[in-house]
Design a protein around this ligand. Structure first.
Ligand code: UDP
Length: 314
């Protein structure tokens, strides 16, 4: 039996990962979360499973677990700009940094493998396009996004120092925009906002002129990448980009969702938040080569599945 700890286990990625990993009867899942942006509702189908345990805990505090842990996925952190900025900014930085330290300490104690959910945000406003892992990024160190960007950058730094100093078995992946079922409809991200707005017959809100780009990865593809990364040999540390390399403007995304739900909807333009990256697309050559991984689900198909999910919860 393998015991797997997932911090941030009731969030969007965590919930999908719990549901996937529990399918293997040799896996036991410990799902840890403080439910700040996650929700117990997301895991209610798992709670009675004898191979599943939920622990209500904030990763800012040391993590004490009596049983032997084999693998840790460190996902805990608010991930939507609307949830990590503003009055929660300091909490976000603490979650990134103390959370990394506490998860790494537990990994070293257990000689467990540990995967860090890093992010495309560590590239900031990228001057290299598409973004490749060797690019150091262009991050505003004191802007409204820096709590997340610099927090995640410092977490990467901690992971590599634990690797160099303690021989921790680290795996760092940089996750690009991901969407799909179990996204919180109110978390403020673009895919969930547009789908939710469209289903309610409201205007779609584009920030700025809609020319900024993002690359959207369907959750099942991402989960495959996370599991493949965890399964690598100890000398594979990353960082490795995980994302879909199709690139779309936000206007294109709005039109696609409008067409699918209600073509007569209007678009309202709102101010672009500061430090909102102008363009983003992962170079995924490393993931293809090292993990033999690439996304399989096209945006159109992923949006259909996500719209179906949102219709069910509205
Ligand atoms: N965005 C938008 N309308 C919304 C929400 C977001 O135009 O209702 C834009 C946002 O300004 C950004 C892009 O969509 O340029 C992606 O935003 P999201 O919050 O999903 O992710 P991130 O900024 O972290 O990539």
């Amino acid at each position: 039996m393998k015991t797997i700890l997932i911090t941030g286990g009731t969030g969007f990625i965590g919930t999908n990962l719990c549901n996937r990993l529990i399918q293997d009867e040799n896996n036991k899942i410990i799902c840890l979360d403080n439910n700040y942006t996650g929700s117990l509702k997301n895991i209610e189908n798992l709670i009675d499973n004898s191979r599943f345990k939920f622990i209500n805990h904030d990763v800012i505090n040391p993590i004490e677990i009596d049983e032997k842990i084999d693998e840790i996925y460190n996902l805990a952190c608010p991930a939507s700009p609307a949830s990590y900025q503003g009055k929660h900014a300091i909490l976000t930085t603490k979650t990134c940094i103390y959370g990394a330290i506490n998860a790494l300490d537990l990994a070293v104690k257990n000689n467990a493998k540990i995967l860090q959910a890093s992010t495309s945000e560590i590239y900031g406003e990228p001057l290299v396009h598409p973004q490749i892992e060797t690019y150091f990024g262009n991050v505003n160190p004191n802007g409204i996004r820096s709590c997340y960007d610099e927090g995640k950058r410092c977490a990467e730094s901690l992971f590599f120092d634990y690797y160099r100093i303690y021989g921790a078995k680290i795996k760092v992946v940089r996750i690009f925009n991901t969407y799909g079922p179990k996204m919180d409809k109110n978390d403020g991200r673009v895919v969930s906002n547009f789908i939710y707005q469209a289903l309610l017959g409201k205007d779609l809100t584009i920030y700025g002129n809609g020319a900024q780009t993002r690359s959207f990865c369907y959750i099942d593809d991402l989960i495959n990448g996370l599991i493949k990364m965890m399964a690598t040999q100890d000398d594979i540390t990353g960082p490795i980009n995980l994302g879909n390399d199709g690139e779309f403007t936000i206007s294109e995304l709005a039109n696609l969702i409008k067409e699918k739900i209600n073509p007569s909807l209007n678009i309202t333009y709102k101010p672009l938040p500061s430090d909102d990256p102008t363009q983003r697309r992962p170079d995924i050559s490393k993931a293809k080569e090292i993990l033999n991984w690439q996304p399989e689900i096209k945006l159109e198909d992923g949006l259909n599945k996500t719209i179906a999910y949102f219709k069910g919860i509205i």
